[in-house]
Design a protein around this ligand. Structure first.
Ligand code: FE2
Length: 281
């Protein structure tokens, strides 16, 4: 039994709620299938992404919060985090928030419209909504409650882990793009996140996603980035200039350093990365 925000929820109860939410999610998706009950490729892509983010967040929740957030609550946030994507694509034919709508905000409207969280205690509903609302924003507000802060960062890390994998796979047979913006290169070199609004070319988009590394929150995420070799794979689709090679090396060394420093901590309970405060503005 875990005390959480004044609500006591049994582990079994949260597992049952998640399973029922999963059914609600699948039923909702039915609205986006065609007469033959099949989904278009872009919709399939987001469904698969969502289910992988559920798996990623489970791992983070089990490793990083010592019971602070129920793993099932974390999974629930992951399952619904992109619920706005389906209507976004149906209405606008794009997943680009800049030219359509903030899919996270749309998602929370849909969650309420279809009462997707109504079986959860109010505190959990608010927690999940907060994490979803902030999952795609450039910055997380500093004044969130500790549990909302943790869940929001968990969702953002889990989402990034899968988007990195997805785009690395998609880029596998694509050529290197040399259209590097000097401003974005400078941002990467000085460990700053690249704003989405500054993305114009394929190379910018690749550098934009590399710069998410400066926004990673959990040590477990850093470990996963390094063990899966994401950095090398992402840099391999940028030109092999001396400058970019140096940037890659520095980022890899910094991540290794953070990991090593963490493993040397006498109190191994330090679970959160200070990467964001140590490397980014
Ligand atoms: Fe999203």
């Amino acid at each position: 039994m875990i005390q959480h925000n004044g609500d006591v929820m049994q582990k079994q109860e949260t597992a049952q709620l998640f399973s029922s939410l999963h059914k609600t999610f699948m039923t909702y998706l039915g609205r986006f299938s065609d007469q033959n009950n099949t989904f278009s490729a872009p919709i399939k892509l987001k469904i698969a992404h969502t289910l992988r983010v559920v798996r990623e967040i489970r791992i983070l929740a089990e490793h990083c919060n010592s019971g602070f957030i129920h793993p099932e609550i974390a999974e629930c946030a992951a399952l619904l985090h992109d619920i706005g994507r389906f209507q976004q694509y149906a209405s606008f034919g794009t997943y680009d928030d800049r030219t359509s709508i903030d899919h996270a905000a749309l998602g929370t409207v849909i969650i309420d419209q279809f009462n997707m969280l109504s079986q959860y205690p109010e505190a959990q509903q608010n927690l999940i909504r907060t994490a979803i609302i902030h999952h795609n924003h450039a910055f997380v507000p500093k004044n969130l409650q500790p549990d909302a802060h943790t869940l929001t960062h968990m969702l953002r890390d889990a989402d990034k882990l899968d988007i990195w994998k997805l785009t690395i796979d998609q880029d596998m047979n694509k050529p290197v793009d040399t259209r590097i913006s000097p401003e974005n290169l400078e941002r990467l070199r000085t460990f700053r996140k690249i704003p989405y609004a500054e993305v114009e070319t394929k190379a910018d988009a690749r550098m934009f996603r590399i710069s998410w590394i400066f926004d990673v929150h959990f040590m477990q995420t850093i470990q996963t980035i390094l063990s899966r070799g994401y950095i090398g794979q992402m840099f391999s689709k940028l030109p092999r200039t001396k400058q970019l090679q140096e940037v890659q090396e520095t980022i890899e060394n910094l991540l290794q350093y953070r990991l090593k420093e963490h493993s040397l901590q006498p109190n191994n309970e330090l679970q959160q990365s200070s990467l964001e405060s140590g490397l980014s503005d």
